[in-house]
Design a protein around this ligand. Structure first.
Ligand SMILES: Nc1ncnc2c1ncn2[C@@H]1O[C@H](COP(=O)(O)OP(=O)(O)OP(=O)(O)O)[C@@H](O)[C@H]1O
Ligand SMILES: [Mg+2]
Length: 214
């Protein structure tokens, strides 16, 4: 079973948007997918509740109540996590995942806030031993924003984690979310650029680089 977790202690960085997108991607590929929502806000479970019945099914699991049981038959488990995760709770989350995606908003304040968090994740013993692999994504990037200069400076500080993609700011994510869909399930002509941006993420998840080293 592949386990993928979307994590950032900063609220509103796109964890639920990215977790639901990944879950619906694998479901639409015919995989058995569990979406484990570990956030008491339950955004991912609410997304699942409005998902049209005709769409490929995803099993929702409430991971916020403390008794997290993942059905063994799953091919993929995707974890959505709450904001403000630190200390022992962070270590407990990191024990569950093979692949950890950290979405970061490309603003100086958000990048600064994310830096010590990313460092803590990288210092975790499982991550240091490459039993869990980490990648960063910049999310909600505006086209006219000089993101690359800022990201470049930032990523030099956290260079042990690969930076795999930039997702643009678009209402496509908002529209998909309100309908219980993923970005991969919208009309292809409207999301072509978004799918191009997802391509390196899907490739990373399919590669050994995102999986335990031994
Ligand atoms: N690339 C994007 N373009 C436009 N809107 C986005 C994008 N990514 C996320 N959003 C919107 O930003 C808001 C926050 O996203 P989301 O809920 O996924 O973040 P989160 O990290 O799960 O937040 P929380 O910490 O509260 O759980 C939502 O309204 C979502 O629709
Ligand atoms: Mg969320």
């Amino acid at each position: 079973m592949r386990s993928i977790m979307v994590l950032n202690s900063k609220g509103g960085s796109g964890k639920s948007t990215i977790a639901t997108s990944i879950a619906s991607y694998y479901a639409s590929q015919g995989k058995r997918v569990v979406l484990a929502d570990c956030d008491p806000q339950a955004s991912s479970l609410e997304w699942l509740a409005v998902r049209p019945s005709g769409r490929s099914s995803i099993i929702g699991v409430d991971g916020a109540s403390g008794n997290l049981r993942i059905p063994r038959s799953a091919d993929y488990v995707v974890y959505d996590t709450p904001a403000a995760v630190h200390g022992k709770e962070l270590s407990a989350f990191l024990r569950r995942a093979q692949s950890i995606i950290i979405p970061v908003l490309p603003s100086p304040i958000d990048m600064r806030a994310a830096t010590p968090f990313i460092q803590k994740v990288l210092d975790n013993s499982r991550v240091a031993r490459k039993e869990a692999r980490v990648a960063l994504i910049a999310n909600r990037c505006r086209e006219n924003y000089n993101i690359y200069h800022q990201l470049d400076t930032y990523l030099r500080k956290v260079r042990k984690a690969p930076f795999i993609s930039v997702l643009r700011e678009t209402q496509n994510y908002v529209r998909a979310a309100e309908r219980g869909l993923g970005i991969f399930e919208l009309a292809p002509y409207s999301v072509r650029r978004d799918l191009d941006q997802w391509d390196p993420i899907i490739r990373w998840l399919a590669s050994k680089r995102s999986q335990p080293a031994n």
